[in-house]
Design a protein around this ligand. Structure first.
Ligand code: SF4
Length: 391
């Protein structure tokens, strides 16, 4: 089966990426024809002002992939912007994609929601107003989604109900309405990125695309665009199916979703000392304030990490000892840090090798680009022939 998948080059990968995406790619590459690409054009759709780190981020991403076990002799690794046919197909598919399909794209609204939520949270924090993050998220969420348009009045009233001063509530709403927050994504490029995404997939006639549940609408729009093209001209494209990938169950070190914006990640490139420090700072069972109090592993984030990195027998013992107050949290964390470092060691070593060998990296990327171009240009010939663009 031919499979296409990409990642944006936005910095070094963390364990959440490993368990949410990379591990699945490693399994897929053995029995499928895989095309894994660095989605550098996609990175520009919402981060175009400062591109100074883009080149290094592209290298970092490829280094992370290979260090984890993505094998260039099994999968084609390439950089999207090196295969210009993606842009040509995006232009042509843009001609046949109704605007209304893009307006329904949930990512646009979701991204804006996140930006608004972060603004409200940081504004209140800056004023020394302590409100639970989940509560803020909820009121911003409700003001976003309970009507077609954002309900600013509802947001203001909700803030006042939470005892935020009326003037401050007005200021928040004014800044959200009139300020620059979220304006960065009010661009033609961001609005049209589902068409670019469709091109990335359709140009390789991929039969399947590994995606998380939140990305299913993108596959649906890709299928619709393919269907529309095939009906209008000739059956050139394959309608890809979604290979639903389970979201990573590994949370961030603070118990929330692992995300760079929360500062709760463990990067695949973190060294031993960084890992030890992060593990020691992890939250445990909040009721267990001293060793003599029996713990509850089922509510402890450290324990859920053990399930990923520690052998089953030791996990069983920790479970028992924790419940009987026979092991302290520091000792438990030290075991975890040791196992986590063991897991990361081969990735770190491979990383070091690759970091020193730019020539090898360039060769891998160049060869991948060529292989991708070969397939992409063949599809473009068919597309142009079907549309009568033969000059
Ligand atoms: S002993 Fe381990 S599992 Fe039990 S509460 Fe402490 S850190 Fe969590």
């Amino acid at each position: 089966m031919r499979i296409v998948s990409g990642m944006r080059p936005t910095g070094k990968l963390h364990l959440g990426h490993y368990f949410g995406v990379i591990k699945n790619w490693i399994n897929l590459q053995d029995n499928n024809e895989c095309f894994f690409f660095v989605a550098d054009w996609h990175a520009l759709t919402n981060k175009y002002k400062d591109t100074s780190d883009l080149k290094e981020n592209i290298y970092d991403l490829v280094i992370d992939w290979i260090s984890c076990g993505i094998d260039p002799s099994k999968a084609t690794i390439f950089v999207q912007s090196a295969v210009k046919q993606h842009a040509e197909l995006t232009l042509l598919l843009g001609m046949i994609t109704p605007k209304s399909w893009l307006e329904l794209n949930p990512s646009y609204k979701d991204l804006k929601f996140n930006l608004f939520f972060q603004y409200v949270r940081d504004f209140l924090l800056g004023k020394g107003i302590k409100i639970e993050e989940d509560t803020i998220r909820q009121i911003v969420h409700d003001s976003f989604y309970h009507k077609k348009e954002i309900d600013f009045e509802y947001l203001k009233e909700s803030l006042i109900k939470l005892s935020v001063d009326e003037n401050l509530s007005n200021e928040i709403v004014f800044n959200l309405k009139e300020g620059d927050i979220g304006k960065d994504i009010d661009t033609y490029g961001f609005f049209g990125y589902p068409v670019l995404m469709a091109s990335d997939i359709l140009i390789y006639k991929a039969q399947a695309v590994p995606v998380g549940e939140d990305q299913l609408p993108h596959i649906e729009i890709t299928r619709e665009i393919a269907r529309r093209f095939n009906n209008l001209y000739k059956p050139v494209f394959v309608e890809p199916k979604a290979l639903l990938t389970e979201a990573s169950k590994l949370l961030g070190t603070d118990g929330r979703k692992m995300s760079k914006s929360y500062g709760n990640t463990i990067a695949l490139s973190d060294d031993e000392e960084q890992v030890n420090k992060k593990v020691l700072s992890m939250k445990t069972d909040t009721q267990r304030v001293k060793k003599s109090i029996p713990g509850r592993p089922e509510v402890c984030n450290v324990f859920s990490y053990h399930k990923f990195f520690t052998d089953q027998e030791t996990v069983k013992q920790i479970d028992l000892k924790c419940r009987n107050a026979e092991i302290g949290c520091i000792e438990c964390k030290k075991i975890l840090a040791e196992n986590l470092n063991k897991f990361l060691l081969p990735i770190r070593e491979k990383r070091k090798e690759l970091e020193k060998d730019r020539q090898l990296l360039d060769k891998i990327i160049r060869e991948g680009n060529e292989k991708a171009k070969e397939v992409a240009s063949k599809t473009m010939e068919e597309v142009k022939e079907a549309m009568g663009l033969m000059f």
